[in-house]
Ligand binder design. Sequence first.
Ligand code: PFF
Length: 434
Amino acid sequence: MAAAGSAVGLGNIWGFPTQAASNGGAAFLIVYLVLAFTLAYPALMAELILGRHAHANAVTALAGTSRNPVAQWIGRSAGVVGFIVASLILSFYAIVAGWMMSHCLSAIASLVGANDLARWLVEFGLARNLLFMALFMGLTVAIIHAGVRDGIERWSSRLMPLLLITLVLLVIYVLTLDGAMQGLRVYLMPDMASALSPKLVISALGSAFFSLSLGVGTMLIYGSYISDKENLPVAGGLVTGVDIGIAVLAGFLVLPAMYVALNNGVDIFAADGSLLSEDTLIFAVLPALFETMGATGGLVSLCFFFLMSIAALTSSISMLEVPVAYTIENHGVRRHRAVLVIGVLIALVSTIILLNFSTLFGLVIAVTTRYSQPLLGFVFCIYVGWIWHRDSLLQELQRGAPNVESTLFWTIWPWHLRLVCPAIILLIFVQSIR
Ligand code: PFF
């Protein structure tokens, strides 16, 4: 449940649908689904298995796969890059999560008649952005600091079904509105010519890795918490299924909602047909959708943005855990100090991003999610597939799945991880920078 909590977050409802909308809809959906099941799921398994075996953070776990000093050094370096990338992801994530919280509070302000406040809370402004980023980071730090992560995750596992139900109801509602069918057509009728464009493929790869929290050591740490009795291929399959399912479902909401908003006079596209502001797309189209609901719209808005804030929190705590676990385990720093210092440093980076929003925001997202996560995933595939001893890998899997050797998973996955995953990740990467 914790791994699913980490996976389900802004990547599903803000990241995937926005990427799909700006990359040809259905073509993106198809490439995303193919990459999620053929590359992201095997990479997730690599992290979970190695994590459970090593019972440590990524730096120690990767170095521990080999006795060769060069391989150990490269593994350790990849782990360190992973924790820097996780921290950078959190620095932009806190900004977007802050917007979720401000929209939630705006719904409350509207319900009690504080209309000026409600308007300020949804307007894009430096003061609001800084305040809510800091609030969200404060909450993330407080949860890890107080050691109540388990409680939050248990709580969120109860709220996750509620998020799912809200999404399903919203999809049903949006599909009854004028303009929705055009959005549905864009989402489901592929233009296969654009499906092979390098920009689309690398964006879909980044989206899949981001959505499943891969490459930065998060899932490895969660793997280290999983009990030996757990059947890992099944657990990993469930996390992948839930995560991809929620992202695809969110696409059924956001793309039709875009065209409904367009129908109602909201500007979404520039003259050349591109999206006006990708980053804030859902904060324009979803409130426009809630407005069409009349009096109940306020409550639905409150409920939706509250659930999204919680989903973002269960992801952000998993990100902060990466640098915190490393500093505690490898440098002997006390947990309280590590959480506070790292939390403040990340909030400072978020502040720098907010002060230079137009140049830095998109850049940090591209560098971390589109390039670093798949490349670090590549390193995991090499270490688990080639460097770690195959017998040790099998033994680890057999703990929770005694018959794994005779399953389809064991017949396909190790070879797939060794050959197919690294080759395709590299190919996509080379294509995209040519
Ligand atoms: N998977 C999260 C989401 O979809 O919102 C984002 C994420 C969490 C990325 C944890 C990376 C990470 F380490």
